[in-house]
Design a protein around this ligand. Structure first.
Ligand SMILES: Cc1cc2nc3c(=O)[nH]c(=O)nc-3n(C[C@H](O)[C@H](O)[C@H](O)COP(=O)(O)OP(=O)(O)OC[C@H]3O[C@@H](n4cnc5c(N)ncnc54)[C@H](O)[C@@H]3O)c2cc1C
Length: 388
C-alpha cells in the first residue's frame, strides 16, 4: 500500500483526496497486466479507456464552460497515480493535456469546441510539436516556417521527438511566422493529422517504448483560422503551456519513485539475508531513508508548484522548474536504489524496477532538460535578489 499521508497536506481540498482514491481504485482494476507489446494500440486503448472513465475531462478545459480552468493539482494527482501503476497509462493521459494545452489556454471558443470535445472524451489523440532536429532546448532557433498565402498559411519544415507522432489525430505545431527575429517571430497552429503535406518521416524508438516520431511538413496548407492566439505569440504560448505541464512531469516522476519505494519496502521485508529480513541491515535502512526523503521532498515541491498555479499565479516558472529538476533527478536515484535492493531481479527484463529504470530517464530530458531547469531557477533567483 502506497503512502497516502501527503494527501493530508494543506495543498489539497476534499475533491483532490477523493480523486486520488478513485483513480487509484480504477487503475488497480484496469491497468493490472496491461499488454505493452504494441505501444500504438495500447496507447489508443488507454486513451479510449481514460475517456470512457471520465478521467480525460481533467486534461483540458471544458469547452461548454467559459470559466473552466485546468486544475494543476488534479493533473498531478492523475499523473502520479497513473505513473505508479503503469508508465504508458500516464503517457496516454499526459499527452491529451500537453497536446491540447495551447488550445485550453489560448484557443478560441470554436477551436476549443472542435477539438477539446473530442480529446476530453478519448475520441481524438493529440500531440505538441515544438522540437526540431536543430532546436530542442534552443526553441527560439526554430527553422520551420509558416508563410501567409491569402486566407491560408503554408508550413514547411520538420519536427522531431513528437510524442504520439504517428497516432495523433491533431498536432499543435509551432513555426516561424517572422514578425520579429528569434523567439518573438513564432506562432502556433492546429494541424489535423490528415492534412495533405504532413507526413510521418520516421518512427523513433527509445529505451522505454512510446509512440514517437519525426514529422515532415511539405507545403502543408492550413487556414489562417487554425492559428492559436495571435501571430508572434508562439513562444509565449509554448512557455505558458510548459509552465503548467512541467509540474506534471515532476508528478509522473514522483509516481515512478513512489512505486520503486513500495517495491523496495516489500522486497526488504520479504527477503531474508544472513538469517534475518533484509530490512534489519542498517545499510539497507540507509537506502530506505534516502528514498523516503527524496519521495517526500519531491512531493512537497510538486504540490507546492501545482497549488501556487491553482491559486492564480500567472507564472510559476521557478517553482515548476524546482519541482521538475528535483523530482526527476531524484526519482532516478530512488529507482537506482530500488534496482540495487532487488539484486539480480532488479536488472531482469520485465521486472517492474527494471522497467522503471528505463522509464524515468527521458523525463530528465524532455520539457526542458535538468540543466535548463537549473538555468531557469538561477535566473529567477538572481532576479528576485535584485528586488530585495
Ligand atoms: C521521449 C521523448 C519525448 C519527447 N516528446 C516531445 C514532444 O511531445 N514534443 C516536443 O516538441 N518535443 C518532445 N521531445 C523533445 C525534447 O523536448 C527535447 O529532446 C529536449 O528539449 C532536448 O532537446 P535536444 O534533444 O535537441 O537536446 P539539446 O537541445 O541538444 O540538448 C542536449 C543537452 O544539452 C544540455 N543543455 C541544453 N541546454 C542547456 C543550457 N542552457 N545550459 C546547460 N546545458 C544545456 C542538456 O544536458 C541537454 O540534455 C521529447 C524528447 C524525448 C526524449
Amino acid at each position: 500500500m502506497s503512502d497516502r499521508s501527503f494527501l493530508q497536506w494543506p495543498f489539497f481540498d476534499e475533491v483532490h483526496r477523493d480523486l486520488a482514491d478513485q483513480v487509484d481504485a480504477w487503475a488497480t482494476k484496469e491497468l493490472a497486466d496491461l499488454d505493452h507489446s504494441n505501444v500504438d494500440e495500447t496507447c489508443k486503448f488507454l486513451v479510449k479507456a481514460l475517456g470512457d472513465a471520465g478521467w480525460l475531462k481533467l486534461s483540458a478545459v471544458d469547452p461548454t464552460d467559459q470559466g473552466s480552468k485546468i486544475d494543476v493539482r488534479s493533473l498531478c494527482i492523475m499523473r502520479e497515480t497513473l505513473a505508479r501503476h503503469d508508465g504508458l497509462a500516464d503517457f496516454a493521459f499526459a499527452m491529451q493535456g500537453l497536446g491540447t494545452g495551447c488550445i485550453s489556454l489560448f484557443g478560441s471558443e470554436a477551436q476549443k469546441t472542435e477539438w477539446l470535445t473530442k480529446t476530453r472524451a478519448g475520441e481524438a489523440l493529440s500531440a505538441f510539436a515544438l522540437s526540431e532536429p536543430a532546436s530542442g532546448s534552443d526553441v527560439a532557433n526554430m527553422a520551420m516556417t509558416a508563410v501567409r498565402d491569402g486566407d491560408d498559411y503554408v508550413l514547411n519544415g520538420e519536427k522531431t521527438w513528437i510524442s504520439n507522432g504517428g497516432i495523433a489525430d491533431v498536432y499543435c505545431v509551432f513555426a516561424r511566422t517572422g514578425e520579429a527575429p528569434g523567439a518573438k517571430g513564432l506562432s502556433v497552429f492546429i494541424v489535423p493529422a490528415d492534412t495533405p503535406g504532413l507526413e510521418i518521416a520516421e518512427r523513433l524508438e527509445v529505451v522505454a517504448p512510446h509512440p514517437l516520431a519525426r514529422l515532415a511538413f511539405k507545403d502543408c496548407r492550413i487556414p489562417a483560422s487554425a492559428m492559436i492566439g495571435n501571430p508572434g505569440e508562439g513562444f509565449r504560448i509554448a512557455m505558458s503551456v510548459l509552465d503548467v505541464f512541467r509540474s506534471t512531469v515532476a508528478a509522473a516522476a514522483l509516481g515512478f519513485a513512489r512505486r520503486a519505494l513500495d517495491e523496495s519496502l516489500s522486497r526488504v521485508s520479504d527477503r531474508e539475508l544472513f538469517g534475518a529480513p533484509m530490512s534489519d541491515l542498517q545499510m539497507v535502512q540507509g537506502h530506505i531513508a534516502d528514498m523516503a526523503l527524496d519521495v517526500d521532498a519531491a512531493a512537497l515541491l510538486v504540490y507546492r508548484a501545482a497549488w501556487l498555479k491553482d491559486q492564480g499565479a500567472p507564472r510559476v516558472s521557478r517553482e515548476a522548474a524546482m519541482a521538475k529538476l528535483y523530482a526527476t533527478d531524484h526519482a532516478q536515484d530512488v529507482i537506482d536504489k530500488a534496482v540495487q535492493l532487488h539484486g539480480g531481479d532488479g536488472v531482469r527484463k520485465g521486472h517492474i524496477v527494471e522497467s522503471l529504470y528505463r522509464e524515468i530517464r527521458a523525463l530528465r530530458i524532455y520539457e526542458g532538460a535538468s540543466d535548463v531547469q537549473k538555468v531557469v531557477i538561477a535566473r529567477q533567483t538572481l532576479a528576485n535578489s535584485k528586488g530585495v
